[in-house]
Design a protein. Structure first.
Length: 314
């Protein structure tokens, strides 16, 4: 067993044998999460019966860029379509400008970082990934662009996007907005502008980036709901070439360091190609991790979710 504590979350990383032969209920006061890295196919059914979910470590959210903005909006629910259009109308009425910066430059990135780090500082377990990746991003600046949102001359929103020519996709790597009442309206309008740049660059797909499969620690369930409402679909990040990490089996023991509820995107059924890995296209399910016996599951239904299970924690 290896014990890791990161951003308030204590994880026991164990073998499949340790996972199956330990009384984890008695250790709930010591660990938040128990995890098996790269579980072998023969152990997966036993791990599931023992309360573990087999899942990708990270997921990348993908959608078609569509031929036009209207075509993209037509694919949304009526409620989400109205929200997006309200955001675009708000930006218009307030005289807020959208500015695309191609390629990315250091001044634009550093201005974004000021906004981003203010936003991260308000989060319980915020991790400044964009700060950590600054040198790497700027060393490949010709592969990146930014969309700035400007109220007068003040930056109130910005997203940093990478152009993945190898897969004809624009990926929104990082995004931040000023923490005020305009935030949710501005972010939708900003994303619509980024999607339009993707079309102008001739990209087939767009991506809302990569998240851990567990929503409730660094990424929150609200982010899952936001990306789902925009009709993006998560795929294991390793199939997109984003994060090359193996699958995991996870059991959440307590929610002290997590949100109530938390969500875990997992595989719906094992689909092995004989190599010990889940094959591309394996269907996904969702575990709702909660202390409440009868949560409302409607916010977590999505076209890509084959089943939604409630996992009572504690």
């Amino acid at each position: 067993m290896v014990v890791e504590t990161a951003y308030g979350l204590t994880t026991a990383v164990v073998t499949a044998d340790e996972a199956l032969n330990t009384d984890w209920a008695s250790l709930r006061g010591e660990f938040d999460v128990v995890r098996v890295l790269d579980p072998k196919p023969r152990s997966r059914p036993q791990l599931r019966r023992a309360g573990f979910a087999v899942h990708p470590a990270w997921v990348t959210w993908i959608a078609p860029a569509c031929p036009s903005e209207e075509a993209f909006l037509d694919g949304l629910s009526g409620k989400e379509r109205r929200s997006v259009r309200a955001g675009m109308r708000f930006v218009d009425e307030q005289g807020i400008r959208m500015k695309a910066v191609l390629p990315l430059d250091s001044d634009t990135y550093d201005a974004f970082l000021e906004l981003y780090e203010r936003q991260i500082s308000t989060m319980r377990h915020g991790v400044p990934f964009a700060r950590h990746d600054r040198d790497d991003v700027l060393s490949h600046a010709d592969e990146y662009f930014a969309v700035q949102v400007l109220a007068d001359d003040t930056l109130v929103g910005c997203c940093v996007c990478r152009v993945r020519e190898d897969v004809s996709t624009v990926v929104i790597r990082f995004a931040a907005t000023a923490p005020d009442s305009r935030q949710h309206r501005v972010v939708r309008a900003m994303y619509m502008q980024a999607f339009q740049v993707a079309r102008e660059l001739g990209c087939r797909d767009i991506s809302l980036g990569t998240d851990p499969a567990l929503y409730g620690h660094i990424a929150k369930p609200g982010l899952f709901s936001f990306k789902t409402a925009l009709r993006f679909t998560p795929i294991p990040a390793r199939f997109f070439g984003t994060v090359d990490e193996p699958d995991e089996a996870t059991r959440v023991l307590r929610l002290d360091a997590l949100s109530e509820p938390s969500l875990l995107l997992r595989y719906h059924l094992p689909a092995d190609d004989g190599s010990g890995l889940i094959v591309e296209g394996a269907p996904l399910g969702l575990d709702v991790l909660t202390t409440q016996p009868a949560p409302d599951l409607r916010p977590y239904r999505a076209p890509f979710v084959q089943d939604v299970d409630v996992r009572l924690v504690g």
